[in-house]
Design a binder for this molecule. Sequence first.
Ligand SMILES: Cc1cc2nc3c(=O)[nH]c(=O)nc-3n(C[C@H](O)[C@H](O)[C@H](O)COP(=O)(O)OP(=O)(O)OC[C@H]3O[C@@H](n4cnc5c(N)ncnc54)[C@H](O)[C@@H]3O)c2cc1C
Length: 385
Amino acid sequence: MTEAADLAPIREAVRALCADFPGEYWRRLDRERAYPEEFVAALTKAGFLAALIPEEYGGSGLSMTAAAAIMEEIQASGCNGAACHAQMYTMGTVLRHGSAAQKQKYLPGIARGELRLQAFGVTEPTSGTDTLGLRTTATLDGEHYVVNGQKIWTSRAEHSDLMLLLARTTPREAAKSRTAGLSVFLIDMRTAKGDGLTIRPIRTMMNHATTEVFFENMRVPADNLIGAEGEGFRYILSGMNAERILIAAECIGDAKWFIDKAASYARERVVFGRPIGQNQGVQFPIARAYIGMRAAELMVREAAGLYEAGKDCGAEANMAKHLAAEASWAAADMCVQTHGGFGFAEEFDIERKFRETRLYTVAPISTNLILSYVAEHVLGLPRSY
Ligand SMILES: Cc1cc2nc3c(=O)[nH]c(=O)nc-3n(C[C@H](O)[C@H](O)[C@H](O)COP(=O)(O)OP(=O)(O)OC[C@H]3O[C@@H](n4cnc5c(N)ncnc54)[C@H](O)[C@@H]3O)c2cc1C
């Protein structure tokens, strides 16, 4: 499956933008665990983060394939799109399930980048992957919902104006079905901070701006409920395919970066009087990583194609995310091995990218849960959890 040639200008434009943010930039931020403000501002100004917002709301109205190409190029350039990838897809829940008034109120500002909607509050410390077991509650009180509870791993909360929050509005035992009773809210964190909302950063092995957030009697206008009360789990699921495809594309970009670095080094590094890449023991792992990346890339394209055709792509989006995350991690490991000791040196950027790409077999969904999905929904095996 080949990609439409008309994406070449987009790919080139992303590459050109990323060239202004070289390794030194990311190394400094990594040391300081600082947010790449300038990089995110440049991507916003160029309109790349509004790729999936329809033109009627001021976005570029591009396809999922084009959006995936943008994320892939960011990573293949050595940059880190995790700082802002959620700005691209979190708005999808508002776009698909929000009211006309909500879309008009929020989407143009998100498209211009004046409003950042890149915080997604789903995971909680006690329930983890078991989303239906989440404990944060939202209780209607007149014109407001009152939210109490806690989220963890809410990435970019400190760098976002709005948060998409999943909370329980009907107790589990009283809900009309296993998946009912959860609702989605748009939280305006600019007003909620210090007024029921507390955000605490979590320092992680890579520079990811992730946090834990606490809600204590946080009042949310009832108008900020997205769609129907109790249907939130379904809405969140419908947004996950986009997230998985885009993050899979990022993994493909990472894998390309690692493979390119390794092949260049293996051609140039001379030991025992010849390039190390002349040894099959060095070249085969690079070739293997390349083959794995290309196979994963095909699945990403397949998933993106189905998504933009409006077809069910749950299996393909999951498989794309799985294959791409495995391919980027295999390429990262290979790249360190190819560089020997230099793979560990900060100035080569490999150890940084190695830490960054490690995330994707765990988040936004871990490998086991993808395997469970395929086992149950594609192969018809009994549900295991
Ligand atoms: C850096 C980072 C950023 C993140 N950003 C966000 C974010 O912005 N918003 C958000 O909501 N979440 C976010 N997450 C959360 C992420 O989606 C979860 O960490 C991930 O889904 C796994 O959940 P958990 O950590 O609670 O692990 P657990 O659910 O505790 O699982 C631990 C391990 O057990 C395995 N496991 C659990 N149940 C089963 C089962 N039934 N069968 C087989 N294996 C099982 C899992 O696969 C995993 O390997 C982020 C996480 C990280 C680390």
